[in-house]
Write a protein that binds this ligand. Structure first.
Ligand code: GTP
Ligand code: MG
Length: 330
């Protein structure tokens, strides 16, 4: 259980102190531990700033804004948060620096709570098709491996499609995850047509009654527009077999890329339409604040977060647990 502050919708500026239970505790390390760098960058700095201040003045609010931005929360999002706090200060709901930490926490929680939308594998869709997209190095293939293991453990049958035919090593990397989890990987070697590989995999998965088909894609082609055209083609050929496929178009974003992640998301969304996001490498970065900007600017479901390299380190996104890990209230 952990404590979270929520904004009171009926009384602007006031906070509600609520207890939340983490959605799932499957991880082998506490989320707090994995997000330590981002917490040092945000929660700890804010706590220090507020405890060192005797009263709330313009200087303090400016430093607050800067601290938010330094933690990779976008300028626009940071300005919005501080503007809300200013209202509460003007209304005398917030009177002293000690009230600011829970107030900031509540603001951040409000931003990301709507994005907590767990990916439900619809059993009616056979196979339920997940198309993974994202730039090179974002963590697509690794996330596919982790998902494959998760779904296998849940008792679902899984097939993987090696749609990244651009890089020779990509197929091998996917096969290694497949072997580890006893999951079939459909591939045609490097240089093959990606859409054809995924088309064949979908046909095969359908014939075999597979529950979940996850398709890998390239992160880089000769140009970015080539990549987007290829993804559109993959979408088109899939719909010939199942008009509703893919059922999930999941964008994988590396948290370490900071604000650039938002531009990537816009570009992919415009080209093929996204239904969910996974944010990886939150363990290796102090830039975890970017998740708040991704949430508030894209308003897409955040399905999973990656907090390490093992399969257990792919966690369903839990907004309360995330805020608590990055900005805990003692
Ligand atoms: N620490 C950490 N490393 C991760 C995480 N997710 C992925 N990685 C690492 O990031 C690196 C790149 O991951 P890939 O899965 O190969 O990335 P990709 O998107 O498939 O890249 P391309 O195939 O080049 O398009 C690998 O070394 C992964 O182990 C994470 O959540 N935490
Ligand atoms: Mg890959």
């Amino acid at each position: 259980m952990f404590r979270i502050f929520r904004k009171n919708k009926n009384r602007p500026g006031e906070l509600l102190d609520v207890q939340l239970r983490p959605a799932e505790q499957a991880g082998d390390a506490a989320l707090e531990e994995r997000l330590a760098s981002s917490r040092n960058q945000l929660g700890q700095r804010l706590a220090e700033l507020f405890s060192a201040s005797k009263s709330i003045d313009e200087n303090l609010l400016e430093e607050l804004e800067t601290t938010l931005i330094t933690a990779d929360i976008s300028t626009q999002t940071a300005i919005g948060i501080v503007a809300n706090l200013r209202k509460a200060i003007a209304n005398k709901v917030i009177r002293e620096p000690g009230q600011l930490l829970p107030a900031v926490q509540a603001e951040l929680f409000e931003l990301i709570e709507p994005c907590e939308q767990f990916l439900v594998v619809d059993a009616v869709r056979k196979p339920f098709v997940i198309l993974m997209v994202g730039i090179n190095g974002a963590g697509k293939t690794t996330t596919i491996g982790k998902l494959a293991q998760r779904y296998k453990e849940e008792g679902l049958s899984v097939m993987l499609a090696a749609g990244d035919t651009f890089r020779a090593a990509a197929v091998e990397q996917l096969k290694a995850w497949g072997d580890r989890n006893h999951v079939t990987v459909m591939s045609q070697g490097s240089g093959a047509d990606s859409a054809a590989v995924i088309f064949d995999a979908l046909q095969s998965a359908k014939a075999k009654g597979i529950d979940v088909l996850i398709a890998d894609t390239a992160g880089r082609l000769h140009t970015r527009s080539n990549l987007m055209e290829e993804l559109k083609k993959i979408r088109r050929v899939m719909s010939r077999i199942d008009p509703d496929a893919p059922h999930e178009v999941m964008l994988v974003l590396d948290a370490g890329t900071g604000q650039n992640a938002i531009n990537q998301a816009r570009e992919f969304n415009q080209a093929i339409g996204l239904t969910g996001i996974t944010i990886t490498k939150l363990d290796g970065t102090a830039r975890g604040g970017v998740l708040f900007s991704i949430a508030s600017e894209l308003k897409l479901p955040i399905r999973f977060i990656g907090v390490g390299e093992s399969a257990r380190d792919l966690r369903p996104f839990d907004a309360g647990a995330f805020v608590n890990a990055i900005l805990p209230i003692a």
